[in-house]
Design a protein. Structure first.
Length: 137
């Protein structure tokens, strides 16, 4: 399984190849609960950081496809978290743990709400997941 360490904080600092932003699809209620406690601990739909060991992330070009695959049957509000990797104090590893070739960023620890640069509204429409990439319009 290929692993590339992208953002490791602490004595090593942030590696220069770290992408500035990665994304995570969240149930809006889970994100709102995180705002009250200061950190987000949901790995993916139906699983926590404690269950999985990391928080699933996506690169921008993966978000809508992954959302369509995992969240198409969800009837409650969904939000996409735009995460500034430079604000994280835990490792982010780009890897594929399922044996395929596509790589995904995984956050190995809790996500502080202060690391979320923006929240983007998302919706399911005609079986497809859509993100409003420019909510200021």
């Amino acid at each position: 399984m290929p692993t590339q360490h992208l953002a490791i904080r602490g004595t090593l600092g942030v590696m220069p190849s770290a992408p500035e932003h990665i994304f995570h699809i969240a149930l809006t209620r889970d994100w709102e609960a995180a705002l009250l406690v200061g950190e987000y601990r949901v790995s993916t739909l139906g699983a926590t950081l404690d269950d999985v060991g990391f928080i699933h992330g996506s690169f921008r070009e993966q978000v809508e496809r992954i959302g369509s695959f995992l969240y198409v049957a969800v009837s409650e509000p969904v939000t996409v978290l735009d995460i500034d990797t430079h604000r994280l104090k835990v490792p982010v590893r780009v890897e594929n743990l399922d044996g395929g070739l596509e790589l995904f960023p995984h956050i190995y620890g809790p996500l502080p709400v202060s690391a979320v640069a923006a929240t983007l509204p998302a919706r399911i429409d005609a079986g497809r997941f859509h993100v409003d990439w420019d909510p200021a319009r």
